[in-house]
Write a protein that binds this ligand. Structure first.
Ligand code: FAD
Length: 466
């Protein structure tokens, strides 16, 4: 057992918290979205929370942790929903929230610290020079830029810009290694893929350079359809329409909009499916003409509603906020993350709707993927049992719709179900003792793990807290 009193002494001058209730609070994320992760991770907690103010304090903390063999799990806003930021082996949670400054803003790019809240960053770049991040997760009001890069994938704006995996959507990352003498590395180009979406398992991000796009006062719009597939076809046509500038297109099936979008309920009929949209103000006339031609009923516009007081942003109805809103009303829901590869993505969605009906109410996000328009989905699932959930996953896969399983805490099982050799090789260089966010990279913990054997990975360190 590490000597935490000595560790605290060695970290003198850096903010350290050891009150068990507060440490436990900062050891959680949105893992409870999944009934499976909830059962597995409920008792996970760290021993200390360390909150560095700058890169020098990060280096000092890692040095001390390395010397004592203590695991370190970085944390941004704690909005990840697969337990990414949860310290499976205890140790230190490294809370980056105080490293929240913007350093420089230039035409087309910003340099910032990792702990800045995304909405705060957009506010400052907009005030400075009318710019904003190309895309953000729907958690922009709570999530940090560092957490998004290390744990997220894409979001509001991905219809135009694709995702974080696309070259050019992150410009540069500065990373501190977990060694006796931590090094500071600057990564650009393909090297960025070593640490982006690596859950902080192979370096702590301390500085970020991101590209910016022109900022607009995006208009929130909801378009209603009596039939979900009509809403999907409208969304697909709009996504492919060259001239109308949109930031978000998300068709969401009945009964979700009326029953779970409580603040928008007065505008939505029972049984109505809606498309959640964000449109640039100067595109509104063209958009309204387009919607009329597609027999869409515009049921809500933020630019004409009497007051937006108490009404959430449209993007907080979309992405994983759709799931959150349903869960708040009915805790028996869970969800999946599905890809519907094009060009027949609409036909694939139609097939899944036909098979599952109301057991899996539809929710799609239209995105640009490898230069083409396609959709991914975060459908809700009326949860009955783990076996049925697995069966639903299998049926999707059998119909050519891959699942990124949100009920797994490891990088591989939540992603492509294979070793990411680039991230693994980088971990050998940057974290030789395997102290960064242990348990999240199977390839490190168990190089012989057979992804095709149909078994789920259970991190041995978790057995003691389950
Ligand atoms: P955290 O949850 O704190 O951390 C995420 C991961 O990054 C963890 O593994 C952590 O260890 C690591 N990490 C954090 N900071 C650093 C750092 N400085 N260096 C190295 N590693 C670090 N995701 C999307 O991609 N798009 C969405 O639209 C989206 N919508 C969501 C909606 C809801 C309601 C919820 C609950 C989640 C959603 N997510 C989405 C998932 C999550 O919110 C995003 O990935 C978010 O950007 C995470 O940011 P965070 O600051 O909360 O990170």
């Amino acid at each position: 057992m590490p000597d935490y009193q000595t560790i605290k002494k060695e970290l003198e001058g850096i903010a350290v918290e050891d009150n068990p209730a507060l440490v436990r609070q900062k050891s959680r994320d949105f893992y409870w979205y999944s009934p499976i992760l909830k059962a597995q991770l409920d008792n996970v907690t760290a021993d200390l929370v360390v909150t560095p103010k700058n890169e020098e304090e990060v280096i000092r903390t890692l040095k001390v942790a390395f010397a004592h063999g203590v695991p370190v799990t970085p944390r941004g806003g704690g909005t990840g929903n697969y337990g990414q930021a949860m310290p499976l082996s205890g140790g230190i949670v490294l809370n980056l929230a105080a490293m929240n400054k913007i350093k420089e803003i230039h035409p087309g790019r910003v340099i910032c610290e990792p702990g800045i809240i995304i909405a705060q960053l957009d506010k400052q770049t907009k005030a400075h020079s009318g710019q904003e991040l190309r895309f953000h997760p729907s958690t922009a009001q709570m999530a940090t830029v560092g957490g998004f890069i290390a744990g997220g994938s894409g979001g509001v704006g991905s219809i135009t810009w694709g995702g974080l995996r696309d070259l050019g959507n992150i410009l540069r990352l500065r990373v501190v290694t977990m060694e006796a003498e931590p090094r500071v590395l600057d990564l650009t180009g393909w090297d960025l893929q070593k640490v982006s979406h690596a859950y902080g398992t192979n370096g702590i991000i301390t500085e970020i350079e991101m590209p910016l796009a022109p900022a607009y006062d995006w208009v929130d719009v909801l378009v209603g359809y009596d039939d979900f597939m009509a809403a999907v076809r409208f969304s697909d046509a709009l996504a492919k329409c060259n001239g109308i500038l949109v930031k978000e297109i998300a068709p969401i099936a009945a009964p979700i909009p009326h029953d779970y979008f409580t603040r928008h309920k007065p505008y939505i009929r029972k049984g109505q499916s809606v498309v959640v949209l964000m449109i640039a103000p100067h595109s509104m006339d063209a958009f309204l003409a387009f919607a009329a031609a597609h027999k869409g009923e515009v049921v809500f516009r933020s630019d004409t509603v009497e007051s937006m007081k108490g009404i959430p942003h449209a993007y907080e109805l979309a992405w994983n906020h759709t799931t959150l809103r349903a869960l708040k009303v009915d805790p028996n829901f869970t969800y999946l993350q599905v890809q519907y590869p094009g060009p027949d993505h609409v036909a694939k969605v139609a097939k899944m709707v036909e098979i599952f009906g109301d057991e899996v109410p539809g929710h799609l996000e239209f995105i640009r993927f490898d230069g083409q328009i396609q959709c991914s989905g975060l459908p809700l699932v009326r949860y009955t049992s783990e076996e049925r959930l697995e069966e639903i996953i299998r049926i999707h896969q059998d119909h050519g719709c891959p699942i990124f399983n949100p009920h797994r805490y490891t990088l591989e099982e939540g992603g492509m179900k294979r070793t990411d050799k680039v991230q693994l090789a980088f971990k050998h260089e940057t974290d030789p003792r395997g102290l960064l966010n242990p348990g999240k990279m199977i390839a490190w913990e168990n190089p012989d793990f057979d992804f095709d054997a149909g078994k789920n990975y259970l991190f041995p360190g978790l057995a003691s807290v389950m």
